[in-house]
Design a protein around this ligand. Structure first.
Ligand SMILES: [Zn+2]
Length: 233
């Protein structure tokens, strides 16, 4: 099992690690700061710095329970047991953290079940099942901007998987069950705004999200509506 350092500290950019497997698909490490694709958030990119060589990581995915750092085509493969420094592409990750945190605000502003979504470094979207409710783009934009201006803290807490089963309202993404780390599930709280189970990476407070543009509401079926957010800087 890879120790998932990004779950406890989203701001960790580098770590020392040892290679536990090196396959055609990529490299597994004993610990990593690379977020692996999941919950609508893309996997990290970056590099693995070995003595005398830097290997480019083009994506990070989960494969059969293992976190795989996918290397660029034709890359040299490190030996099992080799020591290295793993370093994420921080500017990209920080944008993903801002976008991902903004998705929580959008989710809270609309307060309807989420049926799908995708986080990107510049643009992200969520799909909602409106269940007959009507929504207004300007109202949503105003609520989200208000929470960002209030710079509300974003915190974590951990609960047992059993407790999550007893509190289904904490799972707001209909399509995704959050990952468990040793039987524990992480809750993410945006003070006074949102509380839900989530394994993604977030900024420390809503002010760090910065200025956003809320796109027009798109019809995606009878009850489904898609809303996209774009970072303005
Ligand atoms: Zn989240």
């Amino acid at each position: 099992m890879t120790e998932e350092l990004f779950r406890a500290d989203a701001y960790a950019r580098t770590c020392e690690a040892e290679v536990t497997a090196a396959l055609e698909g990529g490299v597994c490490l004993d610990r990593t700061v690379f977020y692996c694709q999941g919950g609508g958030q893309p996997g990290d990119r970056g590099r693995l710095q070995l003595e005398g060589a830097a290997l480019e990581v083009v994506d990070t995915v989960k494969d059969g329970g293992h976190i795989v750092h996918r290397l660029a085509d034709g890359s040299l493969m490190p030996a099992v047991g080799a020591s290295l420094v793993a370093e994420i592409d921080w500017p990209r990750r920080h944008r993903l953290m801002r976008m991902h945190s903004a998705m929580h605000l959008l989710c809270a502003a609309i307060a309807r079940p989420v049926t799908g979504g995708q986080v990107g470094a510049d643009r992200s979207r969520l799909d909602f099942d409106l269940q007959g409710a009507s929504i207004d783009k300007d109202e949503i934009a105003e609520r989200v901007a208000g929470w960002i201006a209030e710079d509300r803290p974003i915190r974590f807490m951990w609960i047992d998987a059993d407790e999550l089963d007893a509190r289904p309202e904490l799972v707001k993404t209909m399509s995704v069950r959050p990952p468990a780390t040793s039987g524990r599930i992480r809750l993410v709280e945006i003070a006074g705004v949102d509380l839900q189970a989530c394994g993604g990476t977030h900024v420390r407070s809503t002010g760090e999200i910065g200025a956003l543009h809320v796109g027009k509401i798109e019809n995606k079926g009878r009850q489904n509506r898609r809303i996209a957010l774009t970072l303005l800087d």
